[in-house]
Design a protein around this ligand. Structure first.
Ligand SMILES: *[C@@H]1O[C@H](CO)[C@@H](O)[C@H](O)[C@H]1NC(C)=O
Ligand SMILES: *[C@@H]1O[C@H](CO)[C@@H](O)[C@H](O)[C@H]1NC(C)=O
Ligand SMILES: *[C@@H]1O[C@H](CO)[C@@H](O)[C@H](O)[C@H]1NC(C)=O
Ligand SMILES: *[C@@H]1O[C@H](CO)[C@@H](O)[C@H](O)[C@H]1NC(C)=O
Ligand SMILES: *[C@@H]1O[C@H](CO)[C@@H](O)[C@H](O)[C@H]1NC(C)=O
Ligand SMILES: *[C@@H]1O[C@H](CO)[C@@H](O)[C@H](O)[C@H]1NC(C)=O
Length: 582
């Protein structure tokens, strides 16, 4: 309450000053020179301060360094102004805008006045000749757009959506040679779409939906070469009989971005994959080449001119604007460029560009372990020795990540969905979007990620990520592979006598015959035993992946018990030596 009052007082004082003698009082920290001539930079500082978008804790002298939403050029003049989104400062952002003459921000390039409850726009916008982005969406603005677009020759993004603007769409829009995004949706514009719009060849995104436009549907606009999204729905156009038109236009020609080299990409597969090849091989990521949709992005299959087939994981446009998807994408690149292991999927290259983000991997023909186990016919092809090999390969991959990488890498999302198989049914661990480099200096506290049914129980209450979380998930996958389906509730009953009395042979996948050779019997018993140890609810009593991997490598002791007699209890509590055939 006290802070609130003091802020109010400061505001009132400034307003009084502004109305009597404009520059007698400057915000704390601004320099007034002896001749009391106020420099343009001080005028900016004063206007900035008067917006009241930042709490008074922000030191005006540092406005170019650490004020959220403010950016400056080398001379200290403000170029970007947008309300601090994460501010806890709840003052109404539009309250003081009318009193500010924006012409003082003469170097402004990016101006965001969206969602400020504005009934009118501030003075001086007309003189902001350098504007590239102007967003005045989601206010209460009425009447015709009160400035001439001819004043903003550099404009690339213009968003006035979600207001109550009336009148015609200004035909000066045709003069904006650099315009990429135009959003006039959710207003009351009437008349027809100006023909001049067809001159704006740079246009990528056009939204005019939810207005009162009529006349012929301007088909010439749809011919604009760069146009990717168009939404003209909910208007009163004549022609096609329907009012809703939503279209996505794909460019048929090679992507210009690649030619002009503004891609950030590294190709480490023979250096031979080119951006154009990928676009061509998938016909610009046409849905026909999509083979699945993962936790984020879609996966495509592309046959390159060399004959090589690769898998591509592509973030959708909306996903690439979502910071957490973008982060997991970059994370995957970071992790996979560090690792080389025969049981870890290979990243051949990647493209991180705001228009198009994708990763290029080796293509694994047989898909995921989950899908194979779910398919009656394919599951039968996975005989016991193959299943044991899949578990071994997975254990080696995880042991490598946990014990041979510095810092250790925790996958965090080990599941049968992320274990892929090639044509020889050899295994590769994939999907490192949530993997985490375990930094011993940073806190282990983290968000809960992973796949339901595979997440270690302690994560529900400690949120502390360790390599032992992967060990648990590995235990689930190992048991799943032996049982032929996800163990589900079975895991929580492992400590119950009724479960412990079960014979191992009765929990194995009934779709394939019980193991017959001594080696298979021994291996199966061994895998189930290790899986049970990994599923211990206490992370400390789970073996490390290194121990698990070593167990697989070590030669096994002879068998002393009949396979058909081995119980779950024995595997949880005793050393077991299987002695004969069932
Ligand atoms: C603001 O920052 C300037 C320069 O860093 C410093 O000299 C001044 O003391 C600061 N003012 C306040 C109130 O912290
Ligand atoms: C910075 O100031 C110098 C000298 O006043 C001027 O020549 C230059 O154009 C200015 N640069 C910018 C980016 O405004
Ligand atoms: C304008 O601002 C609104 C609300 O802040 C935002 O949702 C929208 O994406 C912005 N428009 C553009 C084109 O960036
Ligand atoms: C439209 O603006 C209002 C505030 O004026 C806001 O509450 C609402 O979320 C906005 N709608 C959209 C679709 O942006
Ligand atoms: C399992 O499949 C592999 C490869 O098809 C084969 O070599 C092996 O003999 C099979 N094992 C059994 C026990 O049938
Ligand atoms: C994070 O976990 C590791 C492994 O359990 C532990 O060695 C380290 O001390 C932990 N770091 C912190 C900051 O808690």
């Amino acid at each position: 309450m006290a802070i609130y009052t003091s802020i109010l007082m400061v505001s009132i004082q400034l307003l009084l000053c502004a109305s009597s003698n404009s520059y007698t009082i400057l915000p704390p920290g601004t320099q007034r020179n002896a001749t009391s001539k106020v420099s343009p930079l001080d005028k900016e500082a004063y206007a900035l301060f008067s917006l009241h978008w930042w709490s008074i804790q922000y030191n005006i002298s540092n406005r170019c360094n650490n004020w959220p939403g403010v950016e400056c050029n080398d001379n200290g003049s403000i170029t970007k102004l947008s309300p601090p989104k994460d501010s806890t400062y709840t003052f109404k952002r539009g309250l003081y805008i009318r009193d500010i003459d924006f012409s003082v921000f003469s170097n402004l390039v990016h101006l965001d006045l969206s969602q400020m409850d504005l009934y009118e726009l501030p003075l001086g916008l007309n003189s902001l000749k350098k504007l590239i982005l102007l967003n005045i969406s989601s206010n209460n603005l009425q009447d015709e757009i009160p400035f001439s677009l001819a004043n903003f020759p550099q404009l690339m993004v213009f968003d006035v959506s979600n207001n109550s603007f009336t009148g015609q769409i200004p035909h000066e829009i045709g003069m904006l040679e650099n315009l990429v995004t135009l959003d006039l949706s959710f207003n009351k514009f009437s008349g027809s779409i100006p023909l001049s719009l067809s001159h704006v060849t740079s246009l990528n995104h056009l939204r005019i939906s939810n207005n009162q436009l009529d006349g012929e549907l301007p088909t010439t606009i749809l011919g604009l070469s760069q146009l990717k999204t168009v939404d003209l729905s909910r208007n009163r156009f004549l022609g096609i009989g329907i009012c809703v038109l939503r279209a996505r236009y794909r460019r048929k020609h090679k992507n210009k971005a690649a030619k002009h080299g503004d891609l950030f990409s590294i190709w480490n597969y023979n250096g031979k994959i080119a951006f154009e090849d990928i676009i061509e091989a998938t016909q610009d990521f046409d849905i026909r080449y999509c083979i699945g949709t993962g936790a984020y992005g879609s996966v495509y299959k592309a046959k390159l001119p060399s004959g090589k087939t690769v898998a591509l994981k592509k973030l959708h446009k909306t996903e690439s604007e979502n910071p957490s998807y973008y982060k997991s994408f970059c994370n995957e690149v970071e992790v996979l460029t560090e690792i080389r292991h025969r049981n870890i999927i290979r990243l051949y290259g990647y493209c991180l560009h705001n228009r198009c983000m994708f990763l290029v991997y080796e293509y694994l023909e047989r898909g995921s372990l989950f899908c194979i186990l779910a398919d009656e016919i394919e599951a039968q092809e996975l005989n016991w020795s193959k299943r044991v090999n899949i578990i071994k390969g997975t254990a080696y991959a995880l042991a490598h990540m946990h014990h041979h990488c510095t810092p250790p890498i925790v996958h965090r999302d080990v599941s049968s969905n992320n274990i892929l198989l090639n044509s020889e049914l050899e295994v590769c661990v994939s999907d490192f979007g949530t993997a985490r480099l375990l930094d011993p200096d940073s806190s282990n506290q983290t968000l809960l990620v992973g796949t339901y049914g595979y997440v270690a129980p302690e994560l529900a209450y400690t949120m502390s990520v360790t390599t032992k979380c992967d060990v648990y998930s590995f235990g689930v996958v190992a048991l799943e592979t032996m049982m032929g389906h996800h163990p589900g509730e079975f895991i929580s009953t492992l400590t119950k006598p009724s479960t412990q009395q079960l014979l191992v042979k009765d929990v194995l996948d009934p779709r394939i015959p019980l193991p017959k050779s001594r080696k298979d019997m021994q291996d199966v018993v061994h895998v189930v035993k290790l899986a049970l140890a990994c599923l211990s609810s206490d992370p400390k009593s789970r073996p490390s992946m290194q121990v698990v991997a070593n167990e697989f490598l070590a030669s096994k002791a002879p068998i002393h018990v009949s396979f058909s007699d081995v119980s779950m209890y024995q595997l949880m509590n005793q050393e077991v030596y299987v002695i004969d055939k069932n």
